[in-house]
Design a binder for this molecule. Structure first.
Ligand code: IMP
Ligand code: MG
Length: 422
């Protein structure tokens, strides 16, 4: 499979966790390169449900190495809890996990500032996961962040943390929020640092050695294209590059060593948090929520739902260079009578076949729809392309054609075997 970058082609939650888990079979190493524990990747193995936030989904397969790359922001306590949770479920986490020395830390003042800024924004809030992601990347860009390499150096960590807490307590006071106690934070994070120390490594060197050996590396994207800090619906985005380029900067593997980009998308559209979603539709949201589907894996929030937006996925193919598509949650549409697909946006008399950068224009955009007849039968037992109803195949072929990439994988349910290779 060579070096493959997997990205979300929509607004996150495309079902990347499951597709990663399936593709991991052919990979030697799985790498997270951006985001933090704002992500929530759900994987079912048999009846057991696993929700991963920072650790690559590859951890669930024996014999695979997992890397948390330099582009990720790591909440040390969140990571320790995640490791403990996996150990309790019998998943080995030992010499198969590596954390980049240069990954930045998410600390309690980041989470507190994330919450305070959202409160201040009021009705204009972003709807963040409140995991401190924005403020942590903010510190990174401002060159005032702390990194894993600092966390595992006790005297340096103490010194740097003291300064940061002093600075951030002034800011928190201005917000009218409670200041943090240095001794408390220091003690808790030092303990987490001791637990994480065995995993901390120079992951750039490690990945280059692996590349030289000819290992297959899978780059596990988090969030989705329209949450990208540069290419998403700014400011309603996350604070990292969720698009394919982020896999290079977030790992240290150069662009010409990448072989393939796989774009994951749902057979419809969802979004958590605020910001424009042109194809949003209450009926399909009610239907999916009624089926117990589409609740956030990290925050439990009901996701906003809408019809498939081909303008958006075509844009995603452009900015990511998507070669192959994985379409997930096809079974979510099993009972729908008429399935709509957005093929253009209209604002007044103007029509767009790309995603406008002006957020107000995007918010005003009316979708132009093409309708497809529903197949009105269960697809969950299909295991081969030809097992799918003819109407499902027509629909999926149209999605791939409109998106502009080759249909490679279809998912008809959460388990590993509910996967069709086209
Ligand atoms: P943040 O990443 O917590 O700052 O949140 C910024 C925006 O990205 C919000 O709309 C979140 O709901 C969204 N977001 C962040 N992580 C994910 C994810 O893993 N899936 C879907 N949406 C996400
Ligand atoms: Mg998710």
């Amino acid at each position: 499979m060579a070096n493959t970058i997997l990205v979300g082609a929509q607004w996150g939650d495309e079902g990347k966790g499951k597709i990663i888990d399936v593709l991991t079979q052919k990979a030697d190493i799985v790498v997270r390169t951006q985001g933090g524990n704002n992500a929530g990747h759900t994987v079912f193995i048999g009846k057991q449900k696993y929700v991963l936030h920072l650790i690559p989904s590859g951890i669930l397969r024996k014999g695979k190495s997992c890397v948390i790359g330099n582009g990720v922001v790591v909440d040390p306590i969140g990571l320790v809890n995640e490791i403990d949770g996996l150990l309790k479920l019998g998943v080995a986490v030992d010499s198969n996990l590596f954390i980049s020395e240069t990954a930045h830390l998410v600390l309690p003042y980041h989470r507190e500032l994330d919450s305070q800024r959202e409160i201040l924004k009021g009705k204009n809030k972003i709807g963040t996961t409140k995991r401190g992601i924005g403020p942590a990347y903010g510190d990174k860009a401002a060159r005032t962040g702390l990194r894993m390499i600092d966390l595992v150096n006790p005297s340096r960590f103490e010194h740097l943390l003291k300064l940061k807490i002093k600075e951030n307590n002034e800011i928190l006071k201005a917000f009218g929020a409670k200041p943090l106690s240095f001794p408390q934070v220091h003690k808790a994070y030092r303990a987490a640092g001791d637990q994480l120390k065995p995993f901390v490594a120079n992951t750039v060197v490690l990945l280059h050695e692996a590349t030289r050996r000819g290992d297959n590396i899978l780059f596990e994207g988090a969030q989705g294209t329209f949450l990208d800090i540069d290419h998403g619906t700014y400011p309603y985005v996350t604070s990292s590059n969720t698009t394919a380029g982020g896999a290079c900067t977030g790992s240290g593997i150069p662009p010409h060593r990448m072989d393939k980009v796989v774009g994951v998308m749902k057979a419809y559209t969802t979004r958590v948090g605020e910001g424009p979603l042109p194809t949003e539709n209450a009926e399909i949201a009610d239907l999916l929520h009624g089926m117990g589907r589409e609740f956030g894996a990290t925050t439990g929030r009901p996701r906003r739902c809408g019809w498939f937006d081909a303008v958006a996925t075509r844009h995603a193919t452009m900015v990511n260079g998507i070669d192959e598509l994985a379409v997930t949650n096809v079974d979510g549409l099993d009972s729908v009578e008429v399935i709509r697909v957005c093929v253009g946006y209209r604002v007044g008399t103007k029509q767009f076949d790309y995603v406008p950068n002006d957020i107000e224009l995007l918010a005003k955009s009316e979708p132009v729809y093409v309708d497809f007849p529903g197949w009105k039968q269960s697809t969950t037992a299909a295991r081969r392309w030809k097992d799918l109803p003819a109407k499902t195949r027509t629909y999926l072929k149209a999605l791939a054609e409109l998106t502009g990439a080759k249909l490679a994988i279809v998912s008809v349910g959460p388990s590993r075997d509910q996967t069709i290779f086209v």
